[in-house]
Design a protein around this ligand. Structure first.
Ligand code: SF4
Ligand code: SF4
Ligand code: FES
Length: 237
């Protein structure tokens, strides 16, 4: 079948305004949108810019807006687009570096702000810090996060409040607040309890809907809110 692609083009170094460019490409229904994009770049227009690496939903680098929905181009099949027309745009709320390639720095800094590593104060055991199966289960869904930023790009709150830390940062905060081996839980909860922290989320569920790793993002955010309310005296909301 022939697919028609309308692709967002913008090079801030030379263009005054973004534009959309059309391409046509022959594709098998079982192929992925990323396969089409690669063929466009390799056979028609080498100036097109986007990120990709693993092509198997593992690296998280090809998050973009596909017909209005944030998704990984390597996880969307041609046959999902029955009218054979696909519009590709960069993730919303991210600064465009070129075409579909966005600046991920602020997104990653938001995650780093919550110190996404295990913090321990006690002396290390002789071997390793163990978890029971039940304790590990508490965080097993969130450790699937591949930092694709689809959730943050899809969150409607981000358009009203660009300072909101966003769902991905909260997923990483959850991962450490509820890691039984971490010894900074109260401090972590305090860090989340500020007006642009956990509170702007109003349960749109868009993040949960688009997450390619099926992480229950909204549920995690609500669990963090409840944990703050339960644990911290004199919390801000
Ligand atoms: S549930 Fe919260 S974080 Fe997720 S999209 Fe909605 S407002 Fe944003
Ligand atoms: S929570 Fe899901 S959508 Fe958000 S960055 Fe992680 S994998 Fe991507
Ligand atoms: S290219 Fe790695 S997740 Fe899509």
């Amino acid at each position: 079948m022939e697919m028609k692609f309308k692709i967002f083009r913008f090079d801030p170094e030379v263009d005054e305004e973004p534009r959309y460019q059309e391409y046509r490409v022959a594709a098998d229904p079982a192929e992925r949108i990323l396969d089409c994009l690669n063929r466009i770049k390799w056979e028609q227009d080498g100036t097109l810019s986007y990120r990709m690496s693993c092509a198997h939903g593992v690296c998280g680098s090809d998050g973009m807006r596909i017909n209005g929905t944030c998704a990984l181009a390597c996880q969307k099949l041609v046959r999902e687009y029955a009218d054979a027309e696909v519009t590709l745009e960069p993730l919303p709320f991210f600064r465009v570096l070129k075409d579909l390639t966005v600046d991920m720095n602020a997104f990653l800094e938001g995650i780093l702000y919550f110190r996404p590593w295990l913090i321990t104060l006690s002396d290390p055991p002789e071997q390793e810090r163990l978890q029971s199966q039940e304790e590990a289960k508490r965080v097993e869904e969130v450790i699937r996060c591949i930092l694709c930023a689809c959730c943050t790009g899809a969150c409607p709150v981000m358009s009203e409040n660009p300072n909101y830390v966003g769902p991905a940062a909260l997923v990483w905060a959850f991962r450490h607040v509820f890691d039984s081996r971490d010894e900074k839980r109260i401090e972590r909860l305090n860090q989340l309890d500020f007006p642009d922290g956990v509170w702007p989320c109003v349960n749109h569920f868009e993040c949960t809907r688009v997450c390619p790793k099926k992480i229950p993002v909204t549920k995690c955010i609500n669990t963090l809110k409840r944990e703050i309310e339960k644990t911290l005296p004199g919390r801000s909301q």
